[in-house]
Design a protein around this ligand. Structure first.
Ligand SMILES: Cc1cc2nc3c(=O)[nH]c(=O)nc-3n(C[C@H](O)[C@H](O)[C@H](O)COP(=O)(O)OP(=O)(O)OC[C@H]3O[C@@H](n4cnc5c(N)ncnc54)[C@H](O)[C@@H]3O)c2cc1C
Length: 497
């Protein structure tokens, strides 16, 4: 699997040699020396300056580079031999392999960096994670964000977009490579979703469900035949997956679902309705939860992987919503839908447990998308406050405005760190339900506050569509509702205290 991005990896001349040094936590590669004046920089002004120190997140030490410098030591950490074999010159476009990381495919190009680059560089990220973050950010800002309004108007994404996301590993981020995935860790996954959401919130919802609920769920609990049948299509973006748990009378109380699967010869017959199903219209497979034994309560619920081209899979309605309109949310009906035994997902009676187990990663995904959307909103507000004048000063110099932005930035950074922490706990293989719920709760509520504060910062212009904040505000609101409302997250956290 490859990650592709518009990240600029520029060569001036000659070979490059890197020297790596890790900090005590072993998480960060620090100074790198270059021989022969080659290297790569972020920004058009990048040029060879000899030995240099990497300074993440600041200009300091970047010398004549037009911003932060990112060194090829990233690759060295992954076993790169110190030779530079990429070919694009500064400002040119071409393909190259960062063979060090192997999975990163880069294009040497002029970059259109924004202040977004200064967010989210923490000492906790390793080199691969930073490379993934940069790749997705560059791609999303260049290719997705400019089209976000058009997607919203069309209420759909171009189908080939998902295949493009897949070439960067985004449709199976944490899935192993043999399953068609990118083999990334959950921190990288969270970073990727942050960047995607900063460009388009609704797209990150589809990608989050695809990864957290479908791909991860099938890898963890699907049969060999199910993995073989569905994973290649899902991880390549040829097929979108839907997660069908909620019903009209069963949202927070998922155990109250009434969709029924009755055992018949060779399989099961499904009848019932699902409500609020993301991608219900465009999905090729739906992970459906239904009652198989009404007398057994939660242990009478089973999961099924239902190909949506089956007779009896009916899209009753595509809902009209406040936001995230490029992603369809559907009322689905199963009318005598027959499904063979081999489509039973996990064991009979284990569906409720599997649905909730999936939501652990799902909530990290939703929390990450909140950070991305809030980050985009804050960036707009900060940029505006530095340009807009009132009463003789830039408005950011008015303490009321500057302090508001400072509060929002601090809250957002706190939420971001919690999201990455939850992802890191998952990477460590430890249970993280509490951390994932805390991250989702804090990130979703912070994100709404950030978007509202950002609108306030722009005054009347914040209320206009063309300034971009209104859309983000609409898109982010649902994050406090789906995959468990804030009240449900509080309930989960309280139980764990
Ligand atoms: C855009 C969108 C996309 C969605 N996508 C999907 C999807 O792909 N798949 C899927 O299965 N579902 C999906 N959902 C459904 C979503 O998960 C539910 O809407 C959510 O779980 C809440 O359920 P509900 O709407 O039935 O509200 P209810 O459960 O009826 O809750 C109503 C209110 O009561 C509160 N409440 C309920 N019970 C308690 C309690 N015990 N303690 C305290 N407060 C409580 C809630 O917090 C909420 O404020 C989506 C929803 C939306 C809006």
């Amino acid at each position: 699997m490859e990650f592709f991005g518009a990240q600029g990896f520029h060569e001036a001349a000659g070979e490059v040699e890197g020297v790596q040094r890790e900090d005590a936590a072993g998480l960060r590669v620090q100074p790198v020396e270059r021989a022969g004046g080659a290297g790569f920089g972020h920004g058009e002004e990048a040029e060879a300056v000899g030995a240099q120190e990497e300074v993440w997140g600041e200009d300091e030490g970047a010398g004549r580079h037009g911003g932060r410098v990112a060194w090829i030591a990233r690759g060295k950490k992954a076993g790169w031999d110190g030779r530079c074999d990429w070919t694009p010159k500064l400002g040119e476009t071409g393909w190259t392999w960062l063979n060090a990381i192997g999975r990163i495919r880069c294009r040497g190009s002029r970059l259109h960096r924004t202040t977004l680059n200064d967010w989210g560089k923490t000492v906790l990220l390793n080199e691969t994670q930073m490379a993934i973050q940069d790749s997705i950010r560059d791609f999303a800002q260049a290719e997705i964000r400019p089209n976000s309004f058009a997607y919203e108007s069309a209420k759909a994404y171009p189908p080939d977009l998902f295949a493009r996301l897949a070439t960067m590993g985004l449709m199976g981020m944490t899935a192993p490579e043999e399953a068609g995935g990118a083999g990334a860790d959950y921190v990288s996954y969270a970073l990727a979703l942050i960047e995607l959401a900063a460009a388009d919130g609704a797209l990150s919802t589809i990608v989050s469900i695809q990864n957290s609920l479908l791909v991860n769920g099938i890898i963890a609990h699907g049969s060999a035949a199910q993995r073989e049948r569905f994973l290649p299509a899902l991880t390549s973006g040829r097929m979108i997956g839907a997660f069908a748990l909620s019903e009209a009378d069963a949202g927070s109380d998922a155990a109250a679902i009434a969709t029924r699967a009755v055992k018949v010869a060779g399989g099961w017959r499904l009848n019932g309705s699902k409500q609020f199903i993301t991608s219900g219209r465009i999905a090729g497979v739906a992970m459906v939860f239904a009652v198989t034994d009404p007398a057994a309560g939660k242990k009478g619920i089973s999961g099924f992987l239902v190909p949506t081209d089956r007779p009896g899979y009916l899209v009753d309605k595509v809902e009209h919503k406040l936001g995230q309109n490029a992603s369809d949310t559907c009322a689905i009906r199963f009318k005598d839908l027959f499904i063979e035994d081999e489509f039973l997902f996990g064991e009979e009676g284990q569906g409720y447990r599997l649905a909730l187990a999936n939501l652990e990663a799902g909530r990290i995904g939703i929390a990450a998308q909140c950070i991305g959307m809030a980050q985009a909103a804050l960036e707009i507000a900060v940029g505006y406050a530095k340009e807009r004048k009132s009463m003789g000063s830039f408005i950011i110099e008015h303490q009321a405005v500057g302090f508001r932005l400072a509060d929002l930035a601090a809250r957002l950074e706190g939420a971001r760190q919690l999201v990455l922490h939850a992802a890191a706990v998952k990477d460590a293989g430890r249970p993280c339900l509490k951390e994932a719920s805390m991250a989702k709760l804090l990130a979703s509520e912070t994100a709404e506050a950030v978007c509202s504060g950002a609108i306030q910062t722009l005054g009347g212009y914040g209320y206009l569509e063309e300034f971009g904040l209104a859309k983000i505000y609409r898109d982010v609101r649902v994050c406090q509702i789906y995959e468990g409302t804030s009240d449900i997250q509080r309930m989960v956290i309280a139980r764990a205290l």
